[in-house]
Unconditional design. Structure first.
Length: 180
């Protein structure tokens, strides 16, 4: 397992290392000791999973304090363009975003700290994404950021995305209060 910082402070790409043989593979995809050594969250309280078809954009979602969530996200099947936006109060990178492709084949994951909005676009016919989160979901604390906000100018890799009504109605960054 390799843990590499990304450009936004507190975000890390985790490259997993499957051990393959004629039977298939074995892989540790979470290791509390490695995470603790890297200063990352180690107390996960929920495991969530979503399935999507090609062209679906989900997000950009977050939870407001005191229910803010750190997320450890990976693709179990297929590939996604995973996006995260810094909404942390006082952050030097507030309003900036980063993205990377997560894929089952590449065996990579992203650690996103509390205070970020998160979303993804399904790049393959079938996608399964798994999340570990460090706080219980609280419906009253749900928040979202408009996935197509022109200020962010995220180059989503789909020309005609499938987006839920809820995700189409989130406000732009200019109307979001900093979190966490």
């Amino acid at each position: 397992m390799r843990i590499v910082p990304r450009k936004l402070a507190g975000t890390f790409e985790v490259s997993l290392e499957p051990h393959r043989d004629e039977r298939g593979y074995f892989m540790r995809w979470y290791d509390a000791i490695s995470f603790e050594r890297a200063g990352l969250p180690t107390q996960w309280v929920q495991a969530n999973e979503s399935g999507s078809k090609r062209g679906v954009v989900r997000g950009l979602h977050f939870q407001r304090p005191p229910h803010a969530e750190a997320k450890f996200v990976r693709a179990l099947k297929g590939r996604v363009y995973d996006v995260f936006v810094d909404l942390r109060r006082g952050s030097a990178t507030y309003g900036e975003w980063d993205a990377l492709e997560l894929s089952a084949e590449e065996c990579n994951a992203i650690l996103i700290p509390r205070g970020f909005a998160h979303g993804f676009c399904a790049l393959t016919e079938e996608v399964t994404v798994s999340y570990l989160v460090d706080n219980a979901h609280a419906p009253d604390a749900e928040g979202g950021l408009l996935w197509s906000d022109p200020r962010l100018a995220i180059p989503w890799p789909v020309s005609d995305p499938i987006v839920s009504a809820k995700d189409r109605d989130w406000p732009p960054l200019s109307r979001i209060e900093p979190i966490a």
